[in-house]
Design a binder for this molecule. Structure first.
Ligand SMILES: [Zn+2]
Ligand SMILES: [Zn+2]
Length: 201
């Protein structure tokens, strides 16, 4: 599938048109090119996104997922919750990775635009921002030279632990619900799910 088609799907999946999602998409694509890797069908790639859950431009992470094939369901994406607009893309097979981020100057310039000052920072959801306000930023995210939008490091050797998938599961001895084996916790001689055990992790 070509980038244009994949980006169209990414917008549909994401739910609204905003600049952060396509920026994440383009950044991740460029990082994949520099790392010489294809979109992950299984777990050939791991993405470590540095965004958090509750701030503007966190949409960046959905662009990374769409571009790389690193998804929540496959478990090959981790959110580090630093509140930063950065991602490390790691190839476990070669133990090589690269880190990229939205450029400070570019992000600050965007934050000075009406899209942020008049709408997003006033609590208006991205889908409710007038098109004529949002589209110039989206077009910039889609068309500006990537080096104006993002900074990308050199691919370097890294060693990030990627545990193998667990294929066994058993019922929690309290609630009876199935739990992947490695997530069961032993409490007072019984194997319990995390919520029943009261343990944090
Ligand atoms: Zn968005
Ligand atoms: Zn339970």
């Amino acid at each position: 599938m070509d980038d244009a088609k994949m980006l169209e799907l990414a917008f549909a999946f994401h739910g609204h048109r905003c600049p952060a999602m396509p920026t994440g998409f383009r950044l991740a694509r460029e990082m994949m090119r520099r790392l010489s890797v294809e979109r992950a069908r299984d777990s050939e790639l791991l993405a470590l996104v540095e965004t958090g859950a509750d701030h503007f431009a966190g949409c960046f992470a959905d662009g990374v997922m769409a571009a790389t094939g690193c998804t929540l369901g496959k478990g090959n994406i981790r959110r580090l919750n630093y509140g930063k607009f950065a991602v490390t893309l790691y190839d476990p097979g070669r133990k090589m990775g690269v880190r990229g981020l939205m450029r400070t100057a570019s992000l600050q310039a965007s934050m000075g635009k009406e899209f942020f000052t008049k709408y997003r920072s006033q609590g208006v959801p991205a889908s409710r921002v007038p098109l004529e306000v949002a589209e110039p930023l989206i077009r910039n995210a889609l068309e500006a030279p990537i080096e104006n939008l993002c900074d990308i490091g050199e691919p370097t050797e890294m060693d990030i632990e990627t545990p193998p998938h667990v294929f066994s599961a058993a019922p929690c001895e309290q609630c009876g619900e199935m739990v992947a084996e490695s997530y069961l916790r032993l409490k007072d001689g019984r194997k319990l799910c995390l919520p029943c055990s009261g343990y944090a992790g």
